[in-house]
Design a protein around this ligand. Structure first.
Ligand SMILES: [Zn+2]
Length: 189
């Protein structure tokens, strides 16, 4: 078991350690390129690099400071030929593998959050929370009310904000399996 690195360690060992915490939403090669790029940018900012290492290796167990990179002209970061918003790229690598853009809200104490439009952008994944847009939330509410009506059964669900399309589809499949043919396809779709 390798010990947690510090900012004094070589880039390579820091990258390796941080790569172990990726969530699998991106390919390993993409994640590696993105993490390498970030560690290089932070190499001269020891305190921020240590904040990043602590945040990632402790899975956000300890409060950490902002981890910043320079904001680009269009706000996006290019990694391995792909462009994306930096806070989204790193949140997807380390926290939510199925994250979409526009689903992140920064925490109150983040001083350089993407939306604050400072010269620097905070990419600390633990300085953001995932939110589901009101439109999507309403969609889920409609689906569940429809489901209750169709099968005449009270469906309980919790933590609706964390639902994804996939879970709704799975729920529908399970209900179909349990309640069989009287759930007509046309009513669901
Ligand atoms: Zn921050």
């Amino acid at each position: 078991m390798s010990s947690t690195p510090t900012s004094a360690d070589a880039c390579l060992s820091i990258v390796h350690s941080l790569l172990c915490h990726r969530q699998g939403g991106e390919s390993e090669s993409f994640a590696k390129r993105a993490i390498e790029s970030l560690v290089k940018k932070l190499k001269e900012k020891r305190e921020e690099l240590d904040s990043l290492i602590t945040a990632i290796t402790s899975n956000g167990a300890h409060p950490t400071k902002c981890v910043t990179i320079q904001r680009t002209l269009d706000g996006r970061l290019q990694v391995a030929g792909r462009k994306g918003f930096p806070h989204v790229i790193y949140a997807k690598i380390w926290r939510w593998p199925d994250l979409h853009k526009n689903e992140l809200k920064h925490v109150k104490y983040c001083q350089y959050a993407f939306d604050l439009k400072c010269d620097s952008v905070c990419v600390n994944p633990f300085h953001y929370e995932r939110v589901v847009s009101p439109g999507i939330g309403l969609y889920y509410v409609c689906i569940f009310f429809l489901m209750q009506w169709v099968i005449g059964k009270r469906i309980t669900f919790h933590n609706m904000q964390n639902l994804t399309d996939k879970t709704v589809v799975e729920e529908i499949k399970i209900e179909r399996h349990l309640f069989g043919n009287h759930m007509s396809n046309s009513k669901i779709e």
